[in-house]
Design a protein around this ligand. Structure first.
Ligand code: AMP
Ligand code: GLY
Length: 416
């Protein structure tokens, strides 16, 4: 088989790495890929949101299966376009991708099907939002409705800050049309958990649990990022919580998908806040998480291509998905300044003494004239598997100093 992976981050590098291990696969392509995917796939210079370009390439190259990493092409309808041409593609269609593409739609869905979530209001104008603020206490959360590359959510402590953000989004149109409405939401205090699930014809099969670190600084301080570290499994997921999540969240999502006549096939990432032992849904994503993928996929023992194919033909069963009992951890090396402004193009040096069992997934790198350069806010995910989280953690942290680039930052408390 020839497989095309769409995207250019650590998630896509991990997917290419795993797909390349499949007995069924002869060749992997990654569009556009990065400095790491080139070791396991052939990089193709087509951007992830260039649907027509990707379609043309897939037809010309006779791609047997396309796997979509990021949300943007899914929300733009890449799956519908490929299917119209008879091409096999893994991911939800445009209608289902709205669960990530519109926060107000996702909240409506949760409310309609009694899925526990934070209290909220959707507002279409500054005046409406101004009035809505009175129904919330501080801190509160303001979310631009559409896709904003992970920058659309703000937690605010004062009315002054709330008004400034509402002005930026609704009046100055900081996010353009993606911010034409906002969701104002009650702030939930608890512990976050990412639950990634395979969904085949609206049947939800959860993967193992993972914990993602969203804040840039140690001690969970500072602004939110895309995620700067992760580990799996998460000890937070007890049997009791697992049962609650199944009954109060997943069963209700399944029911809602059926009732709304949606035909979801792909990955549903349920972002949860566990508040006093109870699950509340923060958000839906319709794709693999990054860096959760970097800690889940190394633990997956099954052939991932088979899982993708079974999801597409609606035959996937929970027993098809086999996990290793080992723990996996990843620490993301970031560029100084991220998630704000940062510079890129610094040369990355990886010492030959790097332990052989360290898996280095590239998030934002590029290969140029024989040199590996930084090319994003998140640069490299240093990953290890071991019999315990503690052991895996020690492996990762004893190898980080063997990788260097100007402005290298990372959190020392991942998995502590
Ligand atoms: P979202 O994209 O909606 O998941 O928001 C991004 C991040 O903002 C989440 O992963 C949480 O860390 C935080 N967040 C979102 N909504 C809330 C909320 N209602 N209460 C507390 N934190 C939130
Ligand atoms: N790690 C969070 C995300 O992928 O959205």
């Amino acid at each position: 088989m020839k497989v095309l992976v769409v995207g250019s981050g650590g998630r896509e590098h991990t997917l290419c790495w795993k797909i390349a291990q499949s007995q069924k696969v002869k060749k992997v392509y990654c569009a556009p890929g990065n400095g790491g995917t080139r070791h396991v796939a052939e990089n193709v210079g087509i951007k992830a949101n260039d649907i027509e370009g990707l379609l043309e390439f897939a037809l010309k190259t006779k791609i047997d299966l396309t796997v979509v990493g990021p949300e943007e092409p899914l929300v733009l309808g890449i799956v519908d376009k490929f299917q119209e041409k008879g091409l096999k593609i893994f991911g939800p269609d445009k209608k289902c991708a709205r669960l990530e593409g519109s926060k107000s739609y996702a909240k409506e869905f949760m409310k309609k099907y009694d899925i526990p979530t934070a209290k909220y209001e959707t507002c279409y104008s500054f005046q409406e939002a101004f009035n809505a603020l009175n129904s919330f206490s501080y801190p509160l959360v303001i979310k631009a409705d559409g896709l904003c590359a992970g920058k659309g959510v703000e937690i605010v402590d004062t009315k002054e800050d709330a008004l400034r953000i509402l002005e930026e989004v609704l009046v100055s149109k900081k996010f353009g049309e993606q911010g034409s409405k906002v969701v104002i939401e009650e702030f939930l205090e608890g512990t976050e958990m990412s639950l990634l699930c395979f969904v085949t014809q609206n049947t939800i099969i959860p993967m193992e649990s993972a914990k993602d670190y969203k804040k840039i600084y140690e001690g969970d301080l500072g602004p939110n990022t895309g995620g700067v570290g992760a580990f799996s499994p998460s000890p937070l997921l007890t049997n009791e919580l697992d049962k609650r999540i199944r009954e109060e969240v997943l069963d209700r999502i399944e029911y809602g998908l059926h009732r709304e006549n949606l035909s979801f096939k792909g990955i549903l990432y349920v972002g949860l806040m566990i508040v006093e032992g109870k699950p509340k849904v923060l958000e839906f994503n319709v794709r693999f998480g990054d860096p959760e993928t970097e800690v889940l996929i190394p633990r997956l023992e099954s052939d991932i291509v088979e899982l993708f194919e079974k999801t597409i033909d609606s035959s996937l069963k929970s027993s098809d998905i086999k996990w290793s009992q080992q723990s996996c951890i990843t620490v993301v090396l970031t560029s100084e300044g991220y998630p704000g402004e940062f510079n890129k193009g610094f040369e990355i040096h990886i010492d030959d003494s790097l332990d052989k069992d360290i898996i280095l997934f590239h998030n934002g790198t590029r290969y140029e004239k024989g040199r590996l350069l930084t090319d994003g806010g998140r640069v490299l995910s240093v990953t290890a598997l071991s019999n315990s989280l503690k052991e895996a953690r020690e492996k990762v942290f004893s190898n980080i100093n063997r990788i260097s680039f100007e402005g290298k930052c990372y959190r020392r408390d991942i998995g502590e």
